[in-house]
Design a binder for this molecule. Structure first.
Ligand SMILES: Nc1ncnc2c1ncn2[C@@H]1O[C@H](COP(=O)(O)OP(=O)(O)OP(=O)(O)O)[C@@H](O)[C@H]1O
Ligand SMILES: [Mg+2]
Length: 242
């Protein structure tokens, strides 16, 4: 196979909040087409990493390369149009809008579509994630519908790389299984996926490789089978969650 550059490359990435180092000199690569899991205890820096790579926060130090291009100081919307997308752990839908309208907003601003094309795109991605009640006010949506909407919003910009930040949290077993299938379908369309999740069975089922964060640093990296047996991972993470 011809050599292909990693879709994402992060070098010595650091994010400080005052004296707190949330992301501490992280270096890793993500290959095109893989499903990478990022796990770690509460406060490990998973969401902060997502925020820095997607452009919500400027890093304190380090570099971010997307498809070989330095995007470290690009705005979030520029990165979105290049193909980096993400869901929000703390969802912030526009309450006055319907489900479809919320997804349309992403297609309009994330992809720069006109109104008609944005509506078509929103319908397409809602259909893809299995959202049926698209014309209800977002306030009447169930947790599962909100999670699907969050993924639909992230897909509306046609990403090449997507961060899914705890999209299974709060779902029951059947709902989680449906989401796992959805993530597999996203990946099979050629989208590289970074899954942040506390539920280990989800990580085991979905990921090709796992990075374990603790206090902003990588403490283990490898297949789920490999990292889940490491004592430092068990004590940092699994011990806490079980
Ligand atoms: N905007 C912010 N301002 C100040 N501190 C922050 C901010 N965002 C995150 N932090 C701190 O950075 C650390 C990492 O938080 P982060 O949300 O990235 O963790 P996480 O791994 O996503 O945790 P969880 O599993 O609970 O979602 C925490 O100590 C958190 O309090
Ligand atoms: Mg988080």
């Amino acid at each position: 196979m011809p050599f292909e550059a990693p879709i994402l490359s992060v070098e010595n990435l650091t994010k400080r909040f005052g004296g707190l180092i949330a992301v501490n000199s992280l270096t890793f690569e993500v290959e095109r087409g893989e499903v990478l899991g990022i796990i770690g205890p509460n406060g490990a820096g998973k969401t902060t990493l997502t925020n820095v790579v997607s452009g919500l926060y400027t890093p304190s130090e380090g570099r971010i390369f997307f498809r070989g291009e330095d995007v470290t100081y690009l705005d979030a919307h520029q990165r979105c149009r290049l193909g980096i997308s993400r869901t929000f752990q703390l969802m912030r839908p526009i309450k006055e809008f319907t489900v479809l309208e919320n997804v349309m907003v992403s297609a309009l601003f994330g992809k720069g579509l006109d109104l008609k094309s944005a509506k078509e795109k929103a319908r397409e991605v809602c259909d893809f994630v299995g959202l049926k009640r698209v014309n209800i006010p977002v306030e009447s949506a169930t947790v599962l519908e909100l999670k699907k909407m969050e993924i639909a919003r992230a897909l509306a910009s046609d990403p090449e790389l997507i961060f899914l930040d705890e999209v299974m949290a709060g779902l029951n077993v059947d709902e989680t299984n449906e989401m796992i299938e959805t993530v597999k379908r996203i990946n099979s369309r050629g989208v590289t996926v970074i899954v942040i999740e506390h539920v280990m069975s989800v990580i085991k089922e979905l990921t090709h490789r796992v990075i374990v964060l603790d206090r902003g640093k990588i403490i283990a990296e490898g297949s789920y089978e490999k990292v889940s047996h490491k004592p430092e991972v068990i004590s940092a993470y699994l011990g806490e969650e079980e």
